[in-house]
Write a protein that binds this ligand. Structure first.
Ligand SMILES: Nc1nc2c(c(=O)[nH]1)N[C@H]1C(S)=C(S)[C@@H](COP(=O)(O)OP(=O)(O)OC[C@H]3O[C@@H](n4cnc5c(=O)[nH]c(N)nc54)[C@H](O)[C@@H]3O)O[C@H]1N2
Ligand SMILES: Nc1nc2c(c(=O)[nH]1)N[C@H]1C(S)=C(S)[C@@H](COP(=O)(O)OP(=O)(O)OC[C@H]3O[C@@H](n4cnc5c(=O)[nH]c(N)nc54)[C@H](O)[C@@H]3O)O[C@H]1N2
Ligand code: SF4
Ligand SMILES: [Mo]
Length: 728
């Protein structure tokens, strides 16, 4: 089954277009294609950069008669490795989506009633600025919240929040990768890349790379694992596509990966299979580690993980024998459990003791490339401190990103001060945060909500004003450096003119800024910004090159071992790789990863776990007509044993309920999941009627997920919710 799914799901360099031809006729989008039919003479190929997920692959748009006919991968980008995934192909339908927001709109009915007045941009800007100014007058600039997710134009939005004077910029990392970044950062002083292409032995906790696409890791894993140059050991309570392709798959007991890693450390140290020279030269605290892991035997770990001790011992030996070419892959979405930080720290330590740091086939510190900067007028620092009190709650976390779930608690309690305005860019907090009813309460207590999006997300549906951004294929964005083992600079240029009355984010920001008297801070055009960035690229005729190629990467081999000189100072307190962390200890955390068993579901409940498929990004591509065809509705994975006990048959509707909500969804009875868990995909059960394909279809997990976070990083802990399942 995994193989069949794999064929359909992944790397559909052409399948996106094929699927699209069918879907487009079905939903009446065909007019865009017919209207645009033209002769080959006016066919243009314009390089750009995909914005459908965080990877930013390089693409080449084929434009005929002013219409985008298709997107091709751009082979010049070493990060995307000549690949455009199904979503990347379907970006065409982001432009021609009949459900797109086609002009600015102001709410006229009650929030969520769906009554909108189309307005001019002047009216939308006047209204937004008036509301923000009223809040500033009453509560100070800190009474506003600026929430956004990564994207090349995100910086302009954050800059507006800062120029306005708000300390409350909150970004997506504490819903995503904050704990893994903090764990590797604490250990090495930086977050490395993983040289999967050259690795000989890869272990993955979750990190479903054959579906949750991260470039270049996904393609490199195909190169190494599928061609059997590397062995892949995969731990996941579900049988994912990655499990299907792995050499060994263990349906690990959820939340016990730390026990598995600690037992591997135990074996490798007890059998003296670690890299002694590396440990002696570059690390701090190995002796304390050796003492600490004595208690974590494979036999003990077998009880925690349900992975046989003999396999843990064998895997530990094989891993250590692969030496500097062995990798315990970090994963990206580390918003799993309340002890996530320590699980990721243990991975980092395991990688350290086999000496894979800065080695071919190991963890490699990222290389970067220089680029110029546009110098704009700076603003004063905000006077108030953050509403989420990051510095006191999570002293080691990246304060500039905020801590979203703690922030929501504080906004709801009105302490330390009231927040009454919420600006949102490229984010759907209604679906990205757990416990939708809490997010609804937060919405209800806001005096004003403004959303900048392309489509009527659930968040936009509850907003007061909706400011439609042009799709990435309709705009020019800032130049970005993609650090990595093979770093690249990428450029996104306008492929077609906006087909509706939309604007790029910079112009939306400028429209609001002007009315707030903040124009001086945004006194530039996107072309001036981009020209300044081109300036320091170390290539002749940089602007011409980037416009023609869309990407520039240094040629030649990767350079390993740059940090492997005994006098190299790592950016840690001691200047060494910190196996034992005094910094953690000083801040009241365990200096070495200590195992504590996470809460387990009672017999009548299941743990709800999350993940992705290859053809949707988060909650936001399920309404894309080409992608929707792959999965028109989500379902609940449930193992046949508990399903039989509960009288649930494949295809039955079931109610899934937690302490915060209930969702109604179809059951998918499958052996591809452990009996103690259930799984559902994100992006369905939408409240927005302007997401016509997924409005009220399937269910949203955000309704049932409870609020919990990792103690060190503040990252959401999405896998701590227990649910009851019953026939609906
Ligand atoms: N197609 C696609 N690709 C994407 C994205 C997307 O939305 N769609 N999003 C991108 C982003 S922002 C991110 S953060 C990454 C996320 O990518 P990953 O870091 O790979 O994370 P997920 O796919 O969310 O979850 C990984 C797996 O963890 C498993 N799991 C759950 N609990 C446990 C446990 O206790 N132990 C173990 N070992 N496994 C467990 C789940 O079943 C799931 O299959 O993907 C990126 N790539
Ligand atoms: N239940 C649940 N919650 C999760 C996760 C999960 O797996 N399940 N995953 C977590 C993770 S890892 C992450 S990274 C976050 C992601 O959470 P979000 O950032 O909210 O994710 P998206 O759904 O990708 O995007 C939100 C909005 O951006 C809009 N958008 C897309 N492109 C553009 C653009 O060019 N301009 C503008 N203005 N808007 C655009 C989309 O239409 C969509 O409405 O969610 C986290 N929360
Ligand atoms: S992985 Fe797919 S969606 Fe993400 S940037 Fe690359 S092509 Fe676009
Ligand atoms: Mo993420």
């Amino acid at each position: 089954m995994g193989t069949i799914r794999m064929d359909r799901r992944l790397f559909l360099k052409t399948a996106g277009a094929t699927a699209g031809a069918v879907a487009a006729t079905q939903v009446g989008c065909f007019k865009y294609f017919k209207k645009g039919r033209s002769t080959a003479a006016d066919t243009k190929e314009i390089p750009t950069t995909c914005e459908l997920c965080p990877n930013k692959c390089s693409a080449i748009a084929v434009v005929e008669g002013g219409f985008i006919r298709k997107l091709n991968p751009n082979p010049e980008n070493p990060k995307s490795r000549d690949m455009l995934c199904a979503r990347g192909n379907a970006a065409v339908m982001q432009v021609y989506d009949p459900d797109r927001i086609k002009q600015p709109m102001i709410r006229v009915g009650a929030r969520g009633e769906g009554k909108w007045k189309p307005v001019s941009w002047d009216e939308a800007f006047d209204y937004t600025a008036k509301k923000l100014a009223e809040i500033k007058e009453k509560y100070g600039p800190e009474g506003t919240l600026w929430a956004s997710t990564e994207g090349f134009q995100e910086k302009f939005f954050m800059n507006l929040g800062q120029a306005f004077g708000s300390p409350n910029i909150v970004r997506h990392p504490t819903l995503c990768l904050a704990s893994v970044n903090l764990a590797y950062g604490t250990t090495f002083g930086t977050v490395p890349s993983f040289d999967m292409l050259n690795s000989k032995y890869v272990i993955m906790s979750g990190a479903n790379r054959f579906e949750s696409i991260i470039t270049p890791d996904t393609m490199d894993l195909i190169g190494s694992v599928m061609e059997r140059k590397a062995k892949l050991v995969y731990l996941d309570p579900r049988f994912t596509v990655t499990a299907a392709k792995a050499d060994e798959w263990y349906p690990i007991k959820p939340g016990s990966d730390l026990a598995f890693i600690l037992a591997m450390l135990n074996v490798i140290i007890a059998e003296k299979r670690y890299h002694k020279d590396f440990v002696d030269t570059y690390t701090l605290g190995f002796d304390q580690l050796a003492e600490h892991v004595k208690q974590y035997t494979p036999e003990w770990a077998e009880k925690e993980t349900e992975i046989p001790a003999k396999d843990i011992i064998r895997i530990a030996r094989e891993f250590a024998d692969a030496g500097t070419r062995a990798l315990y892959y970090s994963g990206r979405r580390s918003s799993w459990y309340q002890n996530d930080f320590q699980m990721r720290r243990a991975q980092a330590i395991l990688n350290t003791i086999v000496g894979n740091w800065d080695q071919m086939g190991g963890m490699v510190p990222n290389a970067s490339l220089p680029k110029g900067e546009f110098l704009f007028m700076p603003w004063d620092d905000p006077k108030a401190s953050r509403v989420d009190e990051v510095k006191t709650n999570f002293p080691l976390a990246a304060a500039s990103d905020g801590a979203y779930l703690k922030l929501r608690e504080n906004v709801l309690s009105g302490k330390p001060y009231p927040v009454k305005g919420w600006m949102v860019y490229k984010q759907d907090p209604m679906n990205a945060l757990p416990d939708q009813s809490k997010t609804m309460k937060m919405i209800e207590q806001m005096d004003f909500i403004g959303v900048i999006d392309l489509q009527m997300s659930d968040m936009a549906w509850y907003a007061d004003v909706v400011l439609p951004e042009s799709a990435y294929l309709e705009r020019t964005d800032p130049v970005e450096v993609m650090p990595g083992i093979w770093p690249a600079v990428v450029y996104r240029q306008q492929v077609v003119k906006p087909i509706h009355d939309t604007k790029p984010n910079l112009e939306i920001v400028q429209g609001i800024a002007k009315r707030l008297g903040l124009s001086d801070y945004f006194d530039y055009t996107i072309d001036q910004w981009v020209e300044a960035e081109f300036k320091d690229l170390p290539i002749p005729m940089a602007a011409e090159h980037m416009k023609k190629h869309g990407v520039w990467a240094a040629t030649g081999e990767a350079h390993y071992g740059k940090t492997l000189t005994p006098d190299h100072r790592f950016v840690t307190k001691s200047g060494k790789i910190e196996i034992y962390s005094e910094r953690l200890q000083e801040n009241g955390y365990d200096p070495l990863p200590v195992y504590t068993q996470i809460a387990q579901p009672p017999a009548d409940r299941f743990r709800l776990i999350l993940g992705r498929v290859g053809y949707f990004t988060h909650a936001n591509q399920s309404n894309n007509v080409w992608l929707h065809e792959f999965m028109p509705e989500n379902d609940l994975w449930i193992n046949p044993v508990p399903a039989a006990r509960l009288g649930i048959k494949h295809g039955d509707f079931v109610n899934v309920s937690s302490s915060v909500g209930t969702a109604r969804i179809k059951a998918r009875v499958t052996e591809e999941i452990r009996p103690d868990c259930v799984f559902m995909l994100h992006g369905f059960g939408k409240k927005s009627k302007m997401q016509s394909l997924v409005y009220n279809v399937g269910a949203s997990d955000a309704v049932i997920l409870e609020t919990a976070w990792d103690k060190v990083s503040g990252n959401a802990a999405f896998h701590e919710t227990f649910v009851k399942v019953s026939n609906a």
